[in-house]
Design a protein around this ligand. Structure first.
Ligand SMILES: CC(C)(COP(=O)(O)OP(=O)(O)OC[C@H]1O[C@@H](n2cnc3c(N)ncnc32)[C@H](O)[C@@H]1OP(=O)(O)O)[C@@H](O)C(=O)NCCC(=O)NCCS
Length: 165
C-alpha cells in the first residue's frame, strides 16, 4: 500500500478482527502512560466500531504480514466538509524514529486531500511530550493546553494542519 515503509513492513486497511490485536499492544506501546487510569482510557478510546465503520480511512502496518507494527485510526469529518481527523496513532517502540508514523500521516493527508479536505485535526494529552513533539515536527499548529477538553480532568492539546500550506 505504501512504498516508503522500512523493509519487512506492509500496510493495509484494518478490519474487525484487528480490534483485539490492537488493544493488546496499547499499554506496552504507550509505556504504561498514566498508569491504570491511562490503560482504561486508551481502551475506551478504541471501541470496536472504529474497526467496523472507519476502516477505509484507517491504516494498519504489520511486520512480515503477521505482527502489528503500527496503526492510524482516522476519519473524514461528518460535520465539516473541509476537515479530517486522526483519532489514534501508535508505532511499536522498536520502530520509533524510522519515519513510520510520518508515512501513515502522509498517507492520511493524501486520502484527506482526495476527499477535498483541507484541514487535519487531532488532540493529545499535555503530558505526552513525544506526541506533541512529533505533531509539531510534522507541521501541525498546537493550541495551548485546554483544561477539561474531553471531560473533567481530561486536559488536551489540539493540533491542526492546513494541507493547502
Ligand atoms: C508519536 C509516535 C506515533 C511517533 O512515531 P514514529 O514512527 O517514531 O515517528 P517518525 O519516525 O515518523 O517521526 C517523524 C518526525 O517526528 C520526530 N519525532 C517523533 N517522535 C519524537 C519524539 N518523541 N520527540 C521528538 N521528535 C520526535 C522525528 O524525529 C521525526 O522528525 P524528522 O523527520 O525530522 O527526523 C510514536 O512515538 C508513538 O507511537 N508513541 C506512543 C503512542 C502515542 O503517543 N501516540 C500519539 C498520541 S495518540
Amino acid at each position: 500500500m505504501f512504498d516508503d515503509l522500512p523493509a519487512g513492513l506492509t500496510a493495509r486497511h484494518p478490519s474487525d478482527a484487528d480490534h483485539p490485536r490492537i488493544l493488546a499492544v496499547l499499554d506496552a506501546w504507550w509505556g504504561g502512560f498514566k498508569g491504570e487510569a491511562g490503560s482504561v482510557e486508551r481502551a475506551l478510546l478504541l471501541p470496536r466500531l472504529y474497526f467496523q465503520h472507519f476502516t477505509t480511512t484507517s491504516f494498519l502496518v504489520e511486520r512480515d504480514s503477521a505482527e502489528i507494527a503500527a496503526f492510524l485510526v482516522g476519519f473524514l469529518s461528518q460535520t465539516d466538509p473541509d476537515a479530517a481527523y486522526v483519532h489514534f496513532v501508535g508505532v511499536d517502540p522498536a520502530l520509533h524514529g524510522h519515519g513510520v508514523a510520518r508515512t501513515l500521516y502522509n498517507a492520511f493527508f493524501a486520502l484527506a486531500r482526495t476527499h477535498g479536505r483541507r484541514y487535519v485535526h487531532c488532540i493529545t494529552s499535555p503530558e505526552n511530550t513525544g506526541s506533541r513533539a512529533f505533531h509539531t515536527r510534522l507541521g501541525f499548529r498546537a493550541s495551548g493546553v485546554r483544561p477539561d477538553y474531553d471531560g473533567p480532568g481530561l486536559d488536551r492539546v489540539a493540533f491542526t494542519i492546513d494541507l493547502s500550506g
